[in-house]
Design a protein around this ligand. Structure first.
Ligand SMILES: Cc1cc2nc3c(=O)[nH]c(=O)nc-3n(C[C@H](O)[C@H](O)[C@H](O)COP(=O)(O)O)c2cc1C
Length: 184
């Protein structure tokens, strides 16, 4: 049976390299019979976690209600798999995608009224750096998050050497992203 996959993107640049990687992954996953939802974190207003520890006290995951509660959480709660897709920003995750990740703290505590049933994840990242070493911090963050959450990692794709919008088209990374989607 097809899975419900949620792709969360992190770039504010519409039609940029990571957008195309997300498109390619989606194409592959849909061809394999899965349903893919997409949440563009950089095009929603989501604040960082305030560490107030009042998650769920208002019946919703975050007491500081924003697009996390209204737009992201409903998609997250119905997903079987979460796929992160982002550019490398200062050797880490863009703030726009880190914010909803931090707010997922609401689901980790005992007070959580609902829990996502995610079992799998994958990670796609692109950047200007031409070797994989500079991406290692961002990749390790993903590994630790997926390990902590108990998700089975289904693949990590590091698309190196892409800077300007459209650079991704001259590489083999879109084919790799599509193959990753098809492998799910
Ligand atoms: C704020 C900012 C920080 C960046 N930091 C890095 C970096 O640390 N290393 C790197 O290789 N590229 C860095 N880049 C370049 C982007 O990762 C690269 O242009 C990527 O292809 C952008 O993806 P997008 O087109 O999906 O937005 C940075 C770009 C921006 C705007």
């Amino acid at each position: 049976m097809g899975k419900r996959i949620l792709v969360i993107t992190g770039s504010p640049r519409k039609g940029g390299n990571s957008d195309h990687l997300a498109d390619a992954f989606t194409k592959g996953a849909q061809a394999a019979g899965h349903t893919v939802d997409r949440f563009e974190a950089a095009h929603h207003e989501i604040s960082g976690c305030k560490a107030c520890d009042t998650c769920w006290s208002k019946g919703v995951p975050c007491s500081y209600s924003d697009a996390f509660n209204t737009d992201f959480a409903p998609l997250l709660e119905q997903a079987d798999m979460l796929v992160f897709c982002m550019p490398l920003y200062f050797y880490g995750w863009p703030a726009q995608i880190k914010a909803p990740l931090d707010k997922m703290y609401a689901y980790a505590g005992e007070k959580s009224l609902r829990r996502p049933h995610l079992t799998e994840s994958a990670f796609i990242i692109c950047g200007e750096e031409k070797t994989e070493g500079p991406y290692s911090g961002a990749v390790e963050s993903y590994r630790q998050v997926s390990g902590y959450c108990g998700w089975k990692d289904r693949g990590i794709l590091v698309a190196t050497g892409v800077w300007s919008k459209g650079d991704i088209h001259g590489t083999g990374f879109l084919a790799k992203a599509e193959a990753l989607g098809q492998s799910i």
